[in-house]
Each structure stands twice: as C-alpha cells, then as structure tokens.
Design a protein around this ligand. Sequence first.
Ligand code: PFF
Length: 453
Amino acid sequence: MSDKNQSRDTFGSKFGVIAAAAGSAVGLGNIWKFPYIAGIYGGAAFLFVYLAFIVAIGLPVMLSELIIGRKSQRNAFGAFKVLAPGTPWKYIGILGVSAAFLILSFYGVVAGWSIQYIILSVKDGFSSKSPEEITSLFTALTESPVKPVILQLTFMLITGAIVIIGVKKGIEKYTKILMPVLVVILIGLSIKSVSLEGAKAGLDFLFKPDFSKLTGDGVLSALGHAFFTLSLGMGTLITYGSYISKNNNLVSTVIQVTIADTVIAILAGIAIFPAVFAFGIAPTEGPGLIFITLPNVFHQMPGGFVFSILFFVLLTVAALTSSISILEVVVAYFKEEFNMGRKGATYLATILISILGVLCSLSMGVLSPYTFFGLNFFDLMDWISANLLLPIGGLFIAVFVGWFFGRKKVREESANGGKLSGVALSAFIFLVKFIAPIAIAIVLMNKVGLLNF
Ligand code: PFF
C-alpha cells in the first residue's frame, strides 16, 4: 500500500465498491440506533419521515459526495481545494473531519458494549437472570470506569489495524466477506421474531403510522438519522468516492447502497419490535433497547443462546465495517494534507479519537454529573454530530454540487458514457439545488426556533 501522495489506493472491483460503501452505511445506526429512536419518536410515523428524507435528501447527497470524491481524487478537505481553489468551500471538509472525531468517539463505546455482550452470550450469561438482573447487568457495564474503556480501546485497536492495511487489502476484503453474512443472520433473526406469539403489535407499531405522535425533535432526528445511517454529510463517501475507478457506475452504486441500508434498518426493526412487544417490553427504552431487552427476549426463546451470540457478533461486525470508514476520513485527511504515511496517520487518528472515546465512556458513569445542555458527553457527541454537523455538511455539499459545480461537470462525472441523462440528471440537479438544501434548512431553523411548526 502506498505511503504519501504519489499513488492513490483504489477499490479493486465493482462488488468491492458496493460492499465497502454499504459496509460503511450499515452499522450501529441501523441496528442499535434506528430501533431505539424509532421507538422514542412514535414508530411508524418516524419511519415514514425518515424514508422520505432518505429518498429526497439521502440519495442526491450520496451521489454528490461520490461525484466530488471521484472527480477530485482527494480526501474530504482536499477535494474542495482541488475543485474550488482559493475558496472557503474547503471548510466543509474540516466540518466533516470534526464530525468523524465526534462520531467515532461514541461509536467505539457502543461497539465495545457489543463485544462484551458477545462474551456474555458465549458464557450463557443471560439464561439464569431475571429481567431486573439483565437491566442491572447493562447499567453496571456502562457505568463501570474500567471494563467499557478497555473494550472501547480494543475495538479502536482492531479498527486501526484494518485501516493500516489500507483500502484495498483492508476495507474492501473484510467488508466483502462480512456484509453478506450479516444479511443472512438478520433475516434468520427476523423470521424468528415475527413467528413469536403477540408479534403483530410490534409490526403495527413499526408500520402503522400515527403522525400525531411526531414532534419537531422527531423530524430533526429523522433527518439526522438519514445522514448518519447512510454515512453522509462528513465526507466518508467523498473519501471512498476518491478510491472508485472511473468506469464504475456511481448512480447504480448509490441506489444499491441506499436500498441495502434501508432494507437492513427495516429488517432490524422487524427483528426487534415484534419480539419487544411479544415479551411486553417498552419500545421507548432508549439507547439500552437492544442491550437491555434483547437478552430478555433471547433467554425466553428456544434457541436463544445461539441467536444471542449471532446477534452480537453481527452487531460488532457491522460496527467494524462502519468504524473503518469513519477512521479513513481522518486518516486520508492527515495523509494527504500533512503528507504523512498511512501508518503514522492511522496511529495519530486512532489515539486522538480513543482519548475522546474514553471521555464518552466515562460520561456514562463517573463523569455523569458533568452535563452540557442537559446531555452527558456521550449524548452530546451523538447529538452535535448527527443532528447538527451532518445535516449542515449535507446542506453545503448539495449546494456545492447544485449551484457551483455545474450541470456539465455533474453529467460528465456521473454519466460514464450517458448512463445518467435526461430526466434523471434533471431530477438530480433539482433535488440538490432546491429540495435538499431547503428541506434541511427548514428542519434546522425549526429546531433553533427561527421557524415554528
Ligand atoms: N452509517 C453508520 C451506521 O449507520 O452505523 C455510521 C456512520 C458511518 C456515520 C460513517 C457517518 C459516517 F461517515
């Protein structure tokens, strides 16, 4: 793998591109975060608003990022320096690199919890426990000052090790094997969950909308989550786009990745909500939803021992294929902008993010008295990145491609011989020029009270 700038890494095959981008998109966002925020914000109503944002904003912003990355052949910051030299556009890249720091800091903590739950599953640690004991198991873990920190650092070490190997040998190879396994396990779990007695209430909760339950905060969370789940707004797909070869069809990549990510989130919902309802657990449980409720579910289920191992392995694997893409944003930035080698850049990024991660982890326990706007450090990192930095980044990325990059260059970069033309090109330009920026601006202004819905 190359050091310095001379030769850039590239993905080796078409499937490698899809696997890497889908591996980035599918992660804790789909399996840990989507069910718990859908649970808090009303289930189906949240789901439908989120789906609308995925189509109207997610799809066009994803294509925009890939176009920017492949055209510029640079990292999230350098891309704007190449495409719009001497302008402040490059600061979008700084915003993105900052978001990567924030996201990976709490992401590593949740992935660490997941590793602990693999260990507990293997030890059959849930089967003799009462619901109360299972709840305190989770609370004790997250509040402990030592164990979750070690687990988070372990996860960061694995992430760093894969990123050091480099894009082709590391990211592409691993996601290629891991993604299909993940889909198979999730389908198995969904079939199991739907066949439980009382499962229908969970399916109703997930698919029958009651829009009266939806709040401004719910809509902002749906928008933030659309960005988070598709890995958009911080240059992950600018960075990955820069590794995509010139003859890859960007439009079909975008469509396939979006479908895969959405299907997996819905599958996670189908795997979780029917079971949650069947066993009388509150869907509004919050960030502990899967960790507190699923072990209860697993241990009352025939075959639950095997399912719980599979589930937490799946969660950790999904987290890993995403965390490597987040780390890569920072590594590519350090590598190209500060002329560092891949190894040095990865060490530096991993160490800095791990330090933030330790603070996130401790904020669940010993540092919990320290809050900002009523949020502990962990929740603050999550809130600022998903609900602020990603939508703002996405807004500027859409404006950049829609208004400054120019229709001709968009056609050139996305078409590869006329594949995106006519109606599709016009629709794409319309979405990035008007719909995406206006919709994001309205949701953000509503939040800060400049508009009131
Ligand atoms: N999309 C990932 C998930 O759903 O878990 C998280 C993520 C990855 C967010 C990469 C942002 C990003 F740039």
